[in-house]
Ligand binder design. Structure first.
Ligand SMILES: CC(C)(COP(=O)(O)OP(=O)(O)OC[C@H]1O[C@@H](n2cnc3c(N)ncnc32)[C@H](O)[C@@H]1OP(=O)(O)O)[C@@H](O)C(=O)NCCC(=O)NCCS
Length: 181
């Protein structure tokens, strides 16, 4: 899956050659993203952006990770989605997301992740899709709920970020949930 047309946006792979643009994007939107995204703190210039994107490019080559940008119709990067973990051996993956503030509230991420779930389960035979988010991240929990995921539990103080140890909700969708729905 290299590219997918969504409503008013395109989802396509975000790659190391785009490091300069990604560094600029992160600098411009850091304040909107940094509360829940460690990379929004560590991507500070073109080199650190390339390192981050290269990790995902290497993961893609090994079929273990994937990273996509979400581009508005005018070509601007407005968010992204990722398979933070992708394991055919374990038949599971974990999805992550972000949107610039201007792109929120339109269902863009829900639509994008639905396409990723369809691809992971229908084309790749993945059985379980996970979603992890801080218990304080209501917008993120709402996406998981909207996607039909089930809240399975909370990992206590498992997300240490910016001097805070947040409890983390683990949501998941398994193949049999879809056939039951
Ligand atoms: C998490 C995050 C991506 C959610 O963004 P979002 O815009 O709420 O998510 P979606 O794109 O799915 O849009 C859902 C919103 O659009 C609305 N919407 C409009 N049309 C819609 C449609 N066709 N389908 C679904 N939702 C729609 C929903 O009602 C919802 O708005 P509401 O929360 O006011 O009810 C965003 O808050 C973010 O980037 N946060 C910072 C980074 C972050 O926390 N990432 C997750 C780490 S775990």
């Amino acid at each position: 899956m290299l590219s997918r047309q969504l409503t008013g946006a395109v989802m396509r792979t975000l790659e190391p050659w785009q490091a300069a643009a990604f560094a600029t994007y992160t600098a411009e939107h850091r304040d909107e993203l940094v509360e829940f995204l460690p990379w929004a703190e560590t991507v500070v210039d073109e080199d650190s952006a390339r390192e981050f994107l290269q990790r995902y490019a290497d993961g893609l080559a090994r079929d273990e990770r994937r990273l996509y940008g979400l581009y508005a119709d005018d070509g601007r990067l407005v968010g992204g989605t990722l398979f933070r973990v992708f394991s055919t051996a374990a038949s599971m993956c974990e999805v992550g997301v972000w949107l610039s503030a201007e792109a929120r509230g339109r269902g863009l991420v829900t639509e994008a992740v639905r396409a990723m779930i369809d691809w992971a389960m229908d084309e790749r035979g993945i059985n379980r899709v996970e979603w992890h988010c801080s218990t304080t991240n209501a917008a993120s929990s709402a996406v998981a709920r909207r996607l039909g995921m089930r809240l399975e539990g909370v990992h206590r103080e498992s997300f240490v970020h910016r001097g805070r140890a947040d409890d983390v909700e683990v949501w998941a969708l398994v193949s049999s949930d879809r056939t039951a729905a």
